[in-house]
Design a protein around this ligand. Structure first.
Ligand code: OSB
Ligand code: MG
Length: 369
């Protein structure tokens, strides 16, 4: 497939609510989407980094810069037969996985469209009905936490994940557990704690959580392994896993027993699939994480979630939870806590270009010779 042209666009969006985590608060989100023009088909990708380097060092600005200065000039006008070949071409770029993934995922979409097949077929998936959970931000009070938990349970979500931070952890979770004794519950600390806080996790350990997501530093598998020894609840690694090698080290060292796979964080679908394979070799369940993606990223996530090891509900909740209006014509909403993998060739969604134009603040077309 020849890379004839690549289009980048920055979009400005506002979520329907303010989302608070241990690393900050987000409502206004800058987004980057990528359109790959090749062999008469268009592939769509979405950059999953955010406005500021809280979750990852990558931001919308580093994403645009890395694509414009390094990735696009390297591939423009060239032909690649497989995603592996494209990744090989880009091996000189250290890190910046989300920037690479924006292009790599668009390449998969274009390849699937060229073959007339849905992306999940190319990825080797099988489950087309994806159980979904909701990721709930830090609330102002315990009462509001219980209320939002009850509301999302009533909407059908199969698992509720609560963001925690030091000083906001055991009390809200205990209240939710009392209110919802049988509901699958999890917490996500986004790296806000150290081993000195082990007591907090031992108290959370009593609440029957499905897992505790990324309690400690992103680069600290050793301390995660120490903490896992103290707990019956599995640790789930998110920020720590940037490659299949990280997954092997994390699981072999028992730093965690579950992996949250985010395609952008691990450099695209091919690497995401390899992380999934490593997890399968350890019999560790995985699930698909989210970065509050728009319809392009969300569709990619749903296709990835079709792989057999994705046995836990993903953070692929309804688009209408986050957005008054999405950029795709198809509305990716869950029904009874289940999202269907979009049908049709490629990622199976089409763009609402008129709407995209209205929220677009930057647009650049890069053409090969
Ligand atoms: O840690 O999983 C995370 C959002 C932004 C950055 C990091 C995370 C999240 C979420 C939201 O939890 C998941 C979603 O619904 O897209
Ligand atoms: Mg997380």
């Amino acid at each position: 497939m020849k890379i004839e042209a690549i289009e980048l666009r920055e979009l400005h969006t506002n979520m329907l609510f303010s989302f608070q985590t241990s690393f900050g608060e987000e409502q206004f989100l800058r987004k980057l989407i990528l359109v790959l023009h090749t062999d008469g088909v268009e592939g769509y990708g979405e950059f999953t980094g955010h406005n500021f380097p809280g979750y990852s060092y990558e931001t919308v600005d580093t994403g645009w810069d890395c694509l414009e200065q390094h990735i696009i000039p390297q591939v423009l006008g060239k032909s690649y037969e497989t995603p592996a070949q494209l990744l090989h071409e880009l091996r000189f770029i250290r890190g910046h996985n989300m920037a690479v993934a924006a292009l790599e995922s668009a390449f998969w979409d274009a390849q699937a469209k060229a073959a007339g097949l849905p992306l999940w077929v190319l990825l080797g998936g099988q489950n087309l009905e994806i159980p979904v959970g909701a990721s709930l931000g830090i609330q102002p009070t315990v009462e509001e936490t219980v209320e939002i938990a009850q509301r999302h349970k009533a909407e059908g979500y199969r698992r509720l994940k609560f963001k925690i931070k030091p000083g906001w952890d055991v009390a809200p979770l205990r209240a939710v557990r009392d209110a919802l004794p049988d509901m699958p519950l999890t917490v996500d600390a986004n790296s806000a704690y150290t081993l000195t806080n082990a007591r907090v996790f031992q108290e959370l350990d009593e609440l029957g959580l499905d897992y505790i997501e990324q309690p400690l530093a992103y680069d600290d598998l050793l301390d995660h392994a120490q903490l896992q020894k103290l707990l019956a609840t599995p640790i789930c690694l998110d920020e720590s896993i940037h490659s299949p090698e990280d997954a092997r080290k994390g699981l072999a060292g028992d730093a965690g027993r579950v992996i949250n796979i985010k395609m952008g964080r691990v450099r695209g679908h091919r690497q995401a699939r390899r992380v999934h394979e490593v997890a399968q070799s350890f019999a560790a369940p995985v699930w698909c994480g989210g970065m509050m993606e728009l319809g392009i990223g969300r569709a990619h996530n749903l296709h990835l979630s079709s792989l057999e090891g994705f046995t836990l509900p993903g953070d692929t909740s309804s688009a209408s939870r986050y957005w008054e209006k999405d950029i795709t014509n198809e509305v990716l909403d869950a029904v009874d806590g289940v999202q269907k993998v979009p049908e049709g060739a490629g990622i199976g969604v089409t763009l609402d270009n008129d709407f995209i134009e209205t929220i677009s603040v930057r647009h650049q077309m890069y053409k090969g010779s």
